[in-house]
Write a protein that binds this ligand. Structure first.
Ligand code: NAP
Length: 253
């Protein structure tokens, strides 16, 4: 079994969209390091299964249905967390959608609205609910993407919403300082359900791997390690930053 520190002993963490993939990996890592974690996603069945997996690993966990677009779900997520644990230390905004592979100029208005809503706006609305409960030393982590740096064909508008999170990280870091730090993880490609349309294609997968310096795709644990660092006191003097976790995929200087 992995050996982790206990950087989150006594802390309470919400991770959105966390019943599988990167969100689940982040919740698991925070939980293994001692946090009480509140996980959620759209489907009760997925929530129940993920809660069981985390409990089986000895993690203190609460699971709720929360479709991030649903105002009542967002309110309930915060309310239930505070009622159960009395405080909130970490919020990881991980939910995203990529409903279309169309070029930006071909993307229909409802799709543009959905991308903006799920990938950017709902994180802001959730943080508006969460902010009154965030104490000194608390932390927010956004999950952007390598696609936010170079929005690629087929992921262009999705990439632009992820670029917006880089700005949101800077803006909220200023607005929420000094009590709350705000940072961001920009994952490279990770073979989750979300990315399966790319990573299940052998040729595409190979080209994504070759585009890294480390010759492999990322893992959910790679992303969780970075998110846990940013959320922890190890990053006590880090705010407004984005860590790219993409195996050296070209991104920025
Ligand atoms: P994933 O494995 O497909 O998991 C998505 C999770 O989100 C599931 O638990 C799903 O459960 C939940 N979910 C989906 N829509 C939701 C909504 N509207 N409200 C609440 N929960 C929702 O996805 P992933 O690859 O881990 O992606 C997580 C984040 O990483 C996203 O922000 C994505 O943009 C980012 N990212 C991923 C990659 C990659 O290569 N995988 C690369 C860069 C960035 P339900 O179905 O039960 O709702």
């Amino acid at each position: 079994m992995e050996k982790f520190g206990k950087r989150f002993d006594g802390k309470v963490a919400i991770v959105t969209a966390s019943t599988q993939g990167i969100g689940f990996g982040i919740a698991e890592r925070l939980g293994l390091e001692g946090a009480a974690v509140v996980i959620s996603s759209r489907r009760q069945k997925n929530v129940d299964e993920a809660v069981k997996k985390l409990k089986d690993r000895g993690i203190e966990v609460t699971g709720l249905v929360c479709h991030v677009s649903n105002e009542q779900h967002r309110k309930d997520l915060i309310k239930n967390t505070i009622e159960k644990y009395g405080k909130l230390d970490v919020v990881v905004c991980n939910a995203a959608a990529n409903p279309s592979v169309d070029g930006i100029l071909e993307t229909k208005e409802p799709v543009l609205d959905k991308l903006w809503e799920i990938n950017v706006k709902t994180s802001i609305l959730l943080l508006q609910e969460a902010a009154p409960h965030l104490n000194k030393g608390s932390s927010v982590v956004f999950v952007s993407s390598i696609a936010g740096f170079h929005p690629p064909k087929g992921l262009a508008m999705y990439g632009v919403t992820k670029t917006a999170l880089l700005g949101l990280t800077k803006a909220l870091a200023a607005e929420m300082a000094p009590d709350t730090r705000v940072n961001c993880v920009a994952p490279g490609f990770v073979p989750t359900h979300f990315a399966s349309f790319l990573t299940k294609n052998e040729e595409m997968r190979k080209s994504l791997e070759e585009n890294t310096l480390l010759n492999r795709l990322g893992t959910t644990q790679d992303m969780a390690a970075a998110a846990a660092y940013l959320a922890s006191d190890d990053a006590a003097y880090v705010t407004g930053e984005t860590i790219i976790v993409a195996g050296g995929t070209p991104s920025r200087l």
